[in-house]
Design a protein around this ligand. Structure first.
Ligand code: A2P
Length: 316
């Protein structure tokens, strides 16, 4: 499989198993099954509420010895309730404890959004938020750098940042993010952001590559389009004797990004990794290029309350 190469020589396998929306009961088996069937990259986050179960899977697989810790790329993310400098390391240490690991390969600031320190659950009013004036991203970022210095994480980056927010952060630090994780799929191709990151030497990871159809209803627009049922994607899949999911994953891989399809189903976990064998042709890619609608499944509107400053989170 293709890998993304980092300056220190580390390599991140392009396809990873996503764990957002994977219930605690299912995720333990899914991660074990994925590692036993060739996955070497697992994408986690504290807010997914399942890191303890992911950690049980790591412990069991590494204990058996067939897969070693150093062969697996593990990403996790700092939740919005721990952006203050004194909160970052404790949050990271909790994630390491839950995942039963000594270090992460990659740690990301999950959103450019700050909640009150330690807030449990989702904010219910403006008072539950801190503004980015109160906790500037650079404050959080400097704590991320400290985590790297202490050897708790090998690489650091951000998620859900616009190029404007990236520019702002880059202007304030010499230790720039090595990864930007964003929503990325044929309906949201993010060509400008890819060009921006390529120019700055920042890698990208594509989340919701299959359209995240298992999001809760309150996160879904009534008439949102289905990527997996898109006629062009289905037609290309049929032509190659592949599944629509495999076409979407291969497309992401071919664009040089990492991609983290979520599945807790044994058959689909294997199917998704087997997309590496698919050969998409030039005309397939030209057809997929026409599908861009700048459509977001994850709008970020759930962070907007009447009086807070988190409207227009993507700066567009
Ligand atoms: P399941 O976990 O039952 O396999 P995303 O990665 O964009 O968040 O999408 C995840 C959703 O896509 C889940 O509902 C997942 O269901 C489903 N899914 C994962 N792989 C495939 C596939 N190859 N074909 C169809 N649906 C898939």
């Amino acid at each position: 499989m293709r890998t993304l190469k980092f300056k220190n020589g580390d390599e991140m396998p392009a396809i990873g198993l996503g764990t957002w929306k994977s219930g605690p009961k299912e995720v333990e088996h899914a991660v074990k099954y994925a590692l036993e069937n060739g996955y070497r990259h697992i994408d986690c986050a504290a807010t997914y509420g399942n890191e303890e179960e992911v950690g049980n899977a790591f412990a069991e697989v590494f204990e058996k010895g067939a897969v070693k810790r150093e062969e697996v790329w593990v990403t996790s993310k700092l939740w919005n309730n721990a952006h203050r400098k004194e909160d970052v390391l404790p949050a990271l240490k909790q994630t390491l404890k839950d995942l039963q690991l000594d270090y992460l390969d990659l740690y990301l600031i999950h959103w450019p959004v700050a909640f009150k320190s330690g807030l449990k659950g989702f904010p219910e009013s403006d008072e539950d938020y801190l503004s980015l004036e109160e906790v500037p991203i650079i404050e959080t970022w400097n704590a991320m750098i400290e985590a790297k210095k202490q050897g708790l994480v090998k690489h650091i980056g951000v998620s859900n940042f616009s190029s404007k927010k990236m520019d702002d952060l880059l202007s304030k630090t010499d230790d720039k993010p090595e990864m930007l994780q964003v929503e990325l799929h044929p309906y949201l191709q993010q060509n400008d952001l890819i060009e921006y990151c390529t120019n700055k030497g920042i890698h990208l990871t594509a989340y919701s590559p299959l359209g995240s159809g298992d999001r809760s209803d309150d996160m879904k627009a009534a008439d949102e389009p289905s990527l997996l049922e898109n006629p062009t994607i289905v037609k290309i899949a049929k032509k190659h004797g592949a599944s629509a999911g495999q076409v979407l994953i291969k497309w992401a891989e071919l664009r040089g990004t990492a991609v983290i399809p979520k599945s807790t189903n044994e058959g689909r976990i294997v199917e998704n990794l087997q997309s590496t064998g698919l050969k998409l042709e030039k005309e397939d890619l030209e057809e997929i290029a026409k599908l861009d609608e700048h459509f977001r499944y994850v709008t970020g509107e759930f962070f907007v309350t009447k009086g807070n400053s988190y409207g227009n989170i993507y700066d567009e």
